[in-house]
Design a protein around this ligand. Structure first.
Ligand SMILES: Nc1nc2c(ncn2[C@@H]2O[C@H](COP(=O)(O)OP(=O)(O)O)[C@@H](O)[C@H]2O)c(=O)[nH]1
Ligand SMILES: [Mg+2]
Length: 374
């Protein structure tokens, strides 16, 4: 009799877990389950069991206490772009100080934009257009401040038509946002900040710890899950990243969580392997019930033009829907935003301007360009 009761109890525990390796870092903690290797997505799987207990909604409740995480004041872009503005300000002051507009004015502007990492081809094109407009009368300005204003308007207009908001799926399945990018650019941090934003908006969020290459990556994501009150699905170190993402989607679907934020590794043994792995991850993330609506390439603004090269590689491999540009607070090379937009045609969806939980802002081109111009 005792043996029968024990067997029933064990079966109940297995049903509740559904075979998914889950940790929840809500303030009201759900029972932690041991971490094991996750099965590969191709392997035969038991049917997903319906939850036999009410979903743990504590993980997705918006927070009400006054913890540092609840300090949501949006950082002022102008303050955070101090370095980039500082670089340009010297040049712009010089331009403003001139009596009129001549070839030297354009040379100064060219030098400033290239130093700010706008890139040679974008700089040449933008200044070329401005020169043409002046020559054929489409633009009639005679004083340097008006020329600077025209340049500012032209730069902001490069972003016209961009869809900057992140897309949610229409149907029932959980929305999946996949984050890709090389090591150290800020993928995990960005996911953490977004998890906080989305749980606060009332969404059920599941984080998929798809960077199984480094043990620390999973732990880092776990601490963000804890801050955000999101759930997390992890595999064992070195596990197949696709299987972790597969399990996270299943877990979200079975718990009725609307959003999966999928982390990935930025480095494997060779670059070819990474791109192959990411293609596979993408295929798995697209499988129903998951609905992949965003593949976000995270780029570190401090690496400047190198970001343009990375963006080409990732776009060819996995099809990127938008860019998250991080560390704009720490660089004078903020102009790389313009190079990325004009050379790749990809929308910049979010920018990171610090390491804190609120330091992620929706990209606003007009605000951005005017912050650069002083
Ligand atoms: N200053 C600054 N640091 C950032 C930003 N985003 C990420 N970081 C830092 O960059 C480092 C690498 O971030 P991480 O998320 O681990 O990168 P990952 O390897 O792509 O996942 C960490 O020290 C982060 O705190 C940002 O917008 N500004
Ligand atoms: Mg990471």
């Amino acid at each position: 009799m005792t043996l029968v009761i024990v067997l029933i109890a064990v079966a109940a525990v297995l049903l509740v877990s559904g075979g998914v390796v889950v940790g929840t870092r809500s303030r009201r903690r759900a029972p932690a389950l041991p971490r094991t290797g996750a099965p590969r997505p191709g392997a035969p799987r038991p049917p997903t069991s319906p939850p036999t207990s009410p979903p743990v909604m504590a993980a997705t409740e918006p927070e009400t206490s006054s913890t540092p995480e609840t300090q949501t004041a949006r950082p002022v872009l102008r303050d955070r772009l101090g370095r980039a503005r500082g670089l340009l300000a010297g040049y712009f002051d010089q331009v403003r100080g001139r009596g009129g507009i001549d070839e030297a004015t354009f040379e100064e502007l060219e030098e400033a934009l290239i130093l700010a990492d706008v890139g040679v081809s974008t700089t040449t094109r933008v200044l070329g257009d401005l020169r043409d407009k002046l020559r054929d009368g489409a633009l009639s300005v005679t004083d340097p401040p008006a020329l600077l204003q025209a340049l500012q308007d032209d730069l902001a207009s490069m972003f016209e038509g961009d869809v900057e908001s992140l897309a949610y799926a229409d149907g029932d399945g959980p929305t999946v946002w996949l984050f890709v990018g090389v090591n150290g650019v800020g993928k995990t941090t960005t996911i953490g900040k977004l998890a906080l934003r989305e749980t606060r908006a009332g969404r059920g969020v599941v984080l998929a710890a798809g960077d199984t290459f480094r043990a620390a990556a999973g732990e880092q994501l776990e601490s963000w899950a804890e801050r955000a009150g999101a759930r997390i699905v992890r595999g064992s170190d070195g596990a197949d990243p696709s299987s972790v993402i597969f399990d996270a989607v299943q877990h979200a679907a079975s718990r009725g969580a609307g959003l999966v934020l999928a982390d990935t590794a930025g480095r494997l043994h060779t670059k070819v392997n990474l791109m192959d792995e990411l293609r596979k991850v993408r295929r798995v993330a697209e499988r129903p019930p998951g609905q992949l609506t965003e593949v976000l390439l995270v780029l570190d603004a401090t690496t400047g033009q190198n970001g343009v090269v990375q963006a080409r590689q990732f776009t060819e491999a996995v099809g990127v829907t938008g860019i998250v540009l991080t560390k704009l607070d720490g660089t004078a090379k903020g102009g790389v935003v313009l190079a990325i937009r004009s050379e790749l045609g990809l929308p910049i969806k979010l920018v990171g301007v610090g390491e804190g939980p609120a330091d992620l802002v929706v990209f606003d081109p007009v605000e951005f360009v005017s912050a650069l111009f002083g």
